[in-house]
Ligand binder design. Structure first.
Ligand SMILES: NC(=O)C1=CN([C@@H]2O[C@H](COP(=O)(O)OP(=O)(O)OC[C@H]3O[C@@H](n4cnc5c(N)ncnc54)[C@H](OP(=O)(O)O)[C@@H]3O)[C@@H](O)[C@H]2O)C=CC1
Ligand SMILES: Nc1nc(=O)c2c([nH]1)NC[C@@H]1CN(c3ccc(C(=O)N[C@@H](CCC(=O)O)C(=O)O)cc3)C=[N+]21
Length: 218
């Protein structure tokens, strides 16, 4: 990195509590940083920490010139206000793209976010790399979370797809999904989309990570 751009970028991760999968994701990010020549910084706080302690950690990284990106691993413990915490990350270092100013810019025509949430961005990248045309196509996003579904729908719309969003209150998800040329599914429960929901030839990306019991596995 230093040879390419003259500085060694720094990524700071704040992990609150000891959720197993969160710890795995954070470990993977650290490894990815090492292989890409990025310095990684990590703050681990106990589950019982106060919101103020998390805000203090963010503030220190906001002021640290060797840190260029700040990730607050989600979900946070339920006693913390996620909005307050995500608002505290300076938008120039909001590499997750979760600050409302970055989400707002993503939603507005003629505006550019400084950062776009990585998973939806990865979905669009997959479509591009596989040569899937997006422009003018009907796309359905299943799920509307701030971190995947909503930004995925906005990105598809920016690529000139006609987008529908299916969520838990949608009355006829099967009928809507069957019209799609492109489906991005981001739901926290397994086996939601059935074969009969998919138009032959449609392209589908499943973002969900949902463990299921496998009786045939020893
Ligand atoms: N591969 C990756 O990089 C990533 C994967 N994930 C995985 O993606 C999945 C979704 O994550 P996330 O978006 O954070 O989850 P959330 O729980 O925040 O959102 C789930 C969404 O699914 C919708 N939903 C739930 N049940 C139904 C249903 N029966 N029919 C239609 N819609 C439904 C919810 O609707 P409503 O809004 O109405 O409640 C909500 O919008 C998870 O499995 C997660 O582990 C997440 C992040 C990154
Ligand atoms: N602030 C914040 N930013 C996030 O980006 C964020 C988050 N919080 N909270 C949780 C979700 C989930 N998420 C994943 C990232 C990579 C894989 C991934 O690479 N999965 C590997 C397997 C990983 C493994 O389980 O070993 C795979 O699907 O092949 C999965 C999920 C990011 N999230």
């Amino acid at each position: 990195m230093k040879d390419a751009i003259g500085v060694v970028p720094g990524l700071a991760v704040i992990l609150v509590g000891d959720k197993k999968d969160s710890a795995t994701y954070v470990r993977n990010k650290k490894k990815a940083c090492e292989s890409a020549g990025i310095n990684s910084f990590e703050v681990r706080l106990p589950e019982e920490s106060t919101e103020q302690e998390v805000l203090n950690a963010i503030s220190a990284f906001n002021d640290d010139a060797s840190v260029h990106g700040i990730l607050v691993q989600l979900p946070l413990p339920s006693h913390m206000n996620e909005q307050n915490i995500l608002n505290a990350v300076t938008i120039e270092k909001d590499v997750d793209g979760f600050h409302p100013l970055n989400s707002g810019r993503l939603a507005m025509r003629g505006r550019e976010p400084l950062f776009v949430p990585c998973t939806p961005k990865g979905c669009i990248e997959l479509l591009h790399r596989y040569g899937v045309e997006i422009k003018g196509k009907r796309a359905v996003v299943i799920g509307r979370s701030n971190i995947v579904g909503m930004p995925a729908a906005l990105l598809l719309q920016r690529e000139d797809a006609t987008v529908s969003v299916v969520h838990s209150r949608t009355k006829n998800p099967e009928e809507i999904t069957r019209q799609a040329d492109i489906i991005i599914s981001a739901v926290g429960q397994p086996n939601m989309v059935k074969g009969s929901w998919i138009k032959p030839g449609a392209v589908i990306i499943d973002v969900g990570i949902n463990p299921v019991e496998d009786e045939t596995s020893p």
